[in-house]
Design a protein around this ligand. Structure first.
Ligand code: ADP
Ligand code: MG
Length: 609
């Protein structure tokens, strides 16, 4: 009787088992093949998929190609040209190195390969099925490699069954292609799915690639980052806080050109945004981190997406400070503004034209200016709905207001305007305003709505240097700490320009003779102190420029608070004024101002449909 019950598995079976780790879905194949093409030095790659990659995944590259011998070897397990020794493993510069991708793919699909090196006259053709070479011959081929992967999981029906819908599998593939496209903008990339050209990207600069992938509009909301330290260098872009989204989709970290997932770096980025994005919102970021390969282990997971840093703490600290610095050095006010000249809301519907807030010098502030291209008066194509999607939660049952809705119901200066005679309007818990709109119910946060109104007013007054002030019958003196006194002195021009008529009046004291008309009687002296406090607060958190900070602090402190009872006329007028602003949907801090509950949703909830 035999004394051994242990079998050494034949290669084809071992490969099939290993394939389970490497090849989870069509996307894994796309990723591995793309990485191989990049490692082969390709400058142009074309990807074709059919049936979301389930029937066909084909890559054509113009990389260095393979000799006949290597072409055959490349399908062996643990066959790689990228490392030869353990030392090499600690100094990985290539995307691949485990030598198991092609072996795994060939174990669970029908694969055809054509490849030729520059120095060879003929190329090599291989057809492999279930790890077995079925055909090997010479063929004509341009320099580079073409690899076709057909009928993935044809011989592992259980796995094939677990594949998701074409939409889902396509989405996975698209995400992967997008990542590679971002990490290598210099590589020309074509991506065709079922005869639709999804991407056709020339070799280009990262800026251009971002615009191609996300749109000019989105690009304009990005702030560049760049930092070199002894340990690492970081470059890339981060999103302005008010463009943060509810999902983590647009977050990219590349470590030495490899897309990675790192909780710790993500966390560091979020910490950098502290207080700037609402909890549950995620800012866009695209970070390229370059680090000595000895200081990171990329071999902790077969997908190579997780890595282990030798000095995680320091990296964490550097990333936080990089993000803070970038945010601090940029104007992060909402960058959307509609045509100011016209308050007619219909302009929003047809040609929503955002502008950056020009600063006092008439220059466009923030990112666009620093990139040398001014969007100041230029029209940028802008899709408001997608902007709204980015900003608001699409939590079930609630929807954000779209311009169409508001246009129909609150069009400025028409009889359809907010007055909406006859339509009921309520205040809920002295906090939210509820009103009927054609498609259902609109809910407005009274405080943030008023904040938006006051913020724009303050900016307009400062821009046009036409303060609007209400004289106080009895001028008030304001006693300040020496620190606040100095600060107030510095801010005097801004305070004056929005309507605070105030002058130094002896030691650490000001006299207040007039206030903006929005300031409630009885709160005059307090509000100045509150604005100062808010100003300092903002300064600590987000180095805003002084003008903007004053506008924000004023709007925040002078706005109607949650808890204040409003009469019907006040509510209607508030809504009227809100929709006369350039951006009624977001408060100056990026929080939503209103949401909509549709009739359809209500009907659904009550099983009326
Ligand atoms: P790894 O990428 O980890 O080395 P793979 O199984 O993906 O392992 O590929 C095995 C080897 O085949 C690679 O090391 C490389 O030498 C060669 N190879 C694979 N794809 C290509 C390609 N598109 N162009 C040139 N050589 C390739
Ligand atoms: Mg590989």
């Amino acid at each position: 009787m035999s004394t051994s019950i242990i079998n050494i598995l034949p290669d084809h079976l071992a490969n099939k088992i290993a394939a389970g780790e490497v090849v989870q879905r069509p996307e894994s194949v796309v990723k591995e093949l793309l990485e191989n093409s990049i490692d082969a030095g390709a400058t142009s790659i074309s990807i074709t998929i059919k049936n979301a990659g389930k029937s066909l995944i084909q890559l054509i590259d113009n990389g260095k190609g393979m000799s006949e011998e290597d072409a055959v070897k490349s399908f062996y397990r643990h066959a790689t040209s990228k490392i030869a020794s353990y030392e090499d493993l600690e100094n990985i510069r290539t995307l691949g190195f485990r030598g198991e991708a092609l072996a795994s793919v060939a174990a669970v699909a029908q694969v055809e390969l054509k490849s030729r090196r520059e120095e060879d006259t003929a190329g090599t053709f291989l057809r492999i099925e279930g790890s077995e070479i079925k055909e090997q011959s010479k063929c004509a081929h341009q320099q580079g490699t073409t690899i076709s992967v057909k009928n993935l999981f044809y011989n592992t029906p259980a796995r094939r069954q677990f594949l998701k819908s074409n939409n889902t599998e396509f989405k996975h593939i698209y995400d992967t292609v997008q990542r590679l496209a971002l990490s290598k903008p210099e590589i020309a990339l074509e991506f065709v799915s079922d005869d639709d050209t999804i991407l056709a990207l020339p070799s280009q600069h990262l800026d251009e690639r971002l615009k191609n992938l996300f749109g000019d509009r989105h690009f304009a909301t990005l702030i560049p980052v760049q930092e070199n330290t002894e340990l690492l260098s970081v470059s890339g872009f981060i999103g302005k806080p008010d463009f943060a989204r509810k999902s983590k989709v647009d977050q990219f970290i590349f470590l030495n050109d490899r897309y990675i997932v790192s909780r710790s770096i993500n966390h560091a980025v979020f910490s950098g945004y502290e207080h700037l994005v609402e909890k549950g919102n995620f800012p866009f970021f695209l970070l390229f981190i370059e680090l000595d390969p000895h200081k990171v282990d990329v071999n902790v997971h077969p997908s190579k997406m997780e890595v282990k840093f030798a000095d995680e703490q320091s990296i964490y600290r550097i990333i936080i400070s990089v993000v803070r610095k970038a945010l601090g050095g940029n104007d992060i006010t909402p960058t959307v503004e509609f045509n100011r000249q016209s308050n007619d809301f219909s302009s929003l519907r047809h040609s929503a034209i955002p502008r950056f807030y020009p600063d006092s010098s008439g220059q466009t502030s923030g990112f666009s200016a620093s990139k040398g291209s001014s969007y100041g008066n230029e029209e940028i194509p802008f899709d408001l709905t997608s902007k709204l999607d980015q900003i608001f939660a699409q939590s079930p049952g609630t929807e954000t207001i779209t311009p169409d809705d508001t246009q129909t119901h609150f069009q400025h200066g028409t009889r359809d305007s907010v007055a909406q005679e006859g339509k009921a309007i309520w205040q809920l818990h002295n906090k939210y305003i509820l009103t009927q709109i054609r498609s259902g119910l609109m809910i407005i946060d009274q405080h943030v709505a008023h904040e938006r109104i006051l913020y724009e007013r303050a900016l307009t007054r400062m821009n046009n240097a036409v303060p609007s002030s209400q004289q106080l019958l009895f001028p008030q003196t304001i006693q300040l700490t020496p620190g606040d006194y100095t600060l107030t002195n510095d801010l005097l021009p801004f305070l004056n320009s929005i309507g605070f008529e105030t002058k130094p009046f002896g030691k650490n004291t000001f006299v207040l003779e007039g206030v903006p008309p929005e300031v409630k009687a009885g709160t005059e002296a307090n509000i100045v102190q509150n604005i100062l406090d808010e100003f300092k607060n903002n300064q600590l958190r987000v180095k805003l420029d002084a003008r903007d900070n004053i506008a924000k602090s004023f709007s925040c402190k002078a706005a109607i608070k949650a808890g204040e009872k409003l009469g019907e006329t006040e509510m209607r007028s508030l809504i009227d004024q809100l929709f006369a602003t350039s951006m009624p949907y977001v408060c100056p801090h990026g929080r939503p101002v209103l949401i909509k509950l549709s009739l359809a949703e209500l009907d659904r909830r009550f099983f009326r449909t």
